[in-house]
Design a protein. Structure first.
Length: 246
């Protein structure tokens, strides 16, 4: 092989290497929408309710649509502004509510897809970091309400393992735990680690507790998401019901 041929071969080799390198480092397409199958069991006082359906989430506008198939055919729609609608398909009725508590920005979909897992949205809801410690290789943080903020909670504890939240506990004004949440079965969805199992323990003042276990599967993103559900419109002739009062 003469010098000219060697240079041509080397030039070709370098170009091929750079081409493969660029392919290897192409950034994944951001997740703009997501759909998951969902099944849940809610246990309270020895009795449980089974719930199943699909959850759809779209980052633009924070649109979240849950299509329940069990225990009844119902569709709930909410957005980042806290505008929530609950539509009963069989009865053709709709209930409308609005409030920050209903905002999709309070959902774990928002926290994980929008990079809010380090504080799980606490900073934006009036909490500040009080302390941090390392325990058995896990990062344990304590969060308290900002001075002057009105809150029913005195403290929130979070535990992260390998930068992923795995546990959260909420304490009331009497410093008693009222809710525990466990995030498990993390799966990689493109470049995001996402928990497919979420278990919640909610405690009442009477010592009772409600256990909710949600399992997610069959994850779809972007072009594989059924846009017809995200674009669902409640029929104009649906009867409007007043929200029930506790």
């Amino acid at each position: 092989m003469n010098l000219s041929s060697k240079k041509s071969f080397l030039y070709f080799f370098v170009l091929a290497f750079l081409f493969l390198l660029n392919i290897s480092f192409v950034a994944p397409v951001p997740i703009e929408s997501m759909c998951l199958d969902m099944s849940a069991k809610i246990l309270n006082k020895g009795k449980y309710v089974a719930v199943s359906g699909q959850v759809f989430y779209k980052k633009s506008g924070g649109l979240m649509v849950t299509k329940f198939t069990k225990p009844s055919e119902t569709i709930t729609l909410t957005n980042a502004n806290g505008e929530m609608k609950i539509y009963d398909i069989k009865a053709n009725t709709v209930m409308q509510m609005q409030g920050l508590d209903f905002s999709s920005d309070n959902s774990f979909f928002y926290y994980f897809l929008c990079g809010k897992t380090q504080d799980m949205g606490l900073k934006s809801t009036g909490f500040k970091l009080e302390s941090t410690k390392i325990e058995d290789g896990m990062v344990v943080t304590q969060w308290v309400p900002n001075k002057g903020e009105s809150s029913e909670l005195s403290r929130i504890e979070m535990v992260h393992e390998k930068y992923k939240p795995i546990f959260m506990a909420l304490y009331n004004a009497q410093k008693k735990v009222i809710k525990k949440t466990y995030y498990t079965n993390y799966q990689k969805i493109q470049d995001i680690s996402f928990p497919l199992n979420i278990t919640e323990f909610t405690y009442t003042t009477k010592g009772d507790s409600t256990i909710t276990r949600r399992l997610y599967s069959n994850v779809k993103t972007n072009k594989d998401v059924d846009e017809t559900v995200l674009n669902f419109k409640i029929p104009g002739d649906a009867k409007v019901l007043a929200p029930s009062k506790k």
